[in-house]
Write a protein of this length. Structure first.
Length: 228
């Protein structure tokens, strides 16, 4: 499968086994939540290793009195941006990986059923659009979008565009699974500043925009709203 250079698919064997389990219709909501968290941890480890750089911080002392130089990461202006609803299932894993707490900015987007195009209904980015002066900007140097499924790619592309307009310098997209067509669309939205990391890619979409074979509607599976 030919994909853009800014799309990265994990080959971790444990991750592939967990993704296989997530696909099963017999996996209940409690296990779905655990699997999304565990998959996010592995994908997040791989993605953040490429996006962050260790830098020296101030000195400190160990419990037995030896001085050492602390380590922090660059860039330091980070934020996590979950796409509601299902992106909420990935937030805790990424918070666990990062060395310090970072802001979480929520974006609400849904696909219009007829056109399958994204509609934004919620945005809590600080001031939404950055100031024209760099000093007054509230935007993150690195914004981490978390969304378990990239299907048509419209929602992900819209989120990337929103963060670009906000003033983010670089965007990392973390997902559990994507459709080939959708991930190509998202990767093309801002290729020089966006990297997408996924656990797996499916080749096809159904006529109503679901991945085939896919994992179903992750939001419905997480929040027990299947059949609503």
């Amino acid at each position: 499968m030919s994909l853009p250079s800014n799309v990265h698919i994990s080959k971790h064997p444990c991750l592939l086994a967990k993704l296989s389990r997530l696909r099963s219709q017999g996996t209940d909501a409690r296990e779905v939540k655990s699997l999304i968290n565990e998959i996010s941890l592995i994908v997040g480890c791989e993605a953040l290793a490429s996006a962050l750089t260790p830098v020296e911080g101030p000195t400190d002392k160990t419990p037995i009195g030896y001085e050492y130089t602390t380590t922090t990461v660059n860039p330091q202006a980070l934020s996590i941006v979950p796409i509601l609803r299902s992106g909420l299932g990935m937030v805790e894993a990424i918070q666990t990986l990062l060395p310090t707490p970072v802001p979480v900015h929520h974006l609400g987007l849904y696909r219009e059923p007829t056109t399958l195009e994204p509609v934004e209904y919620y945005n809590n980015l600080p001031h939404h659009i950055s100031s024209t002066s760099e000093a007054g900007s509230t935007a993150s140097s690195l914004a981490i979008i978390v969304d378990p499924v990239i299907a048509t790619g419209g929602t992900c592309a819209a989120a990337i565009q929103t963060l670009k307009e906000w003033g983010a310098k670089k965007i990392l997209v973390l997902s559990v699974i994507a459709a080939a067509e959708g991930v190509k669309r998202a990767a093309a939205e801002w290729p020089e500043a966006v990297d997408i990391w996924v656990a797996g890619v499916d080749a096809e979409l159904t006529p109503n925009g679901m991945l085939k074979p896919g994992v179903g509607d992750v939001g419905d599976r997480l929040f027990l709203t299947i059949g609503k």
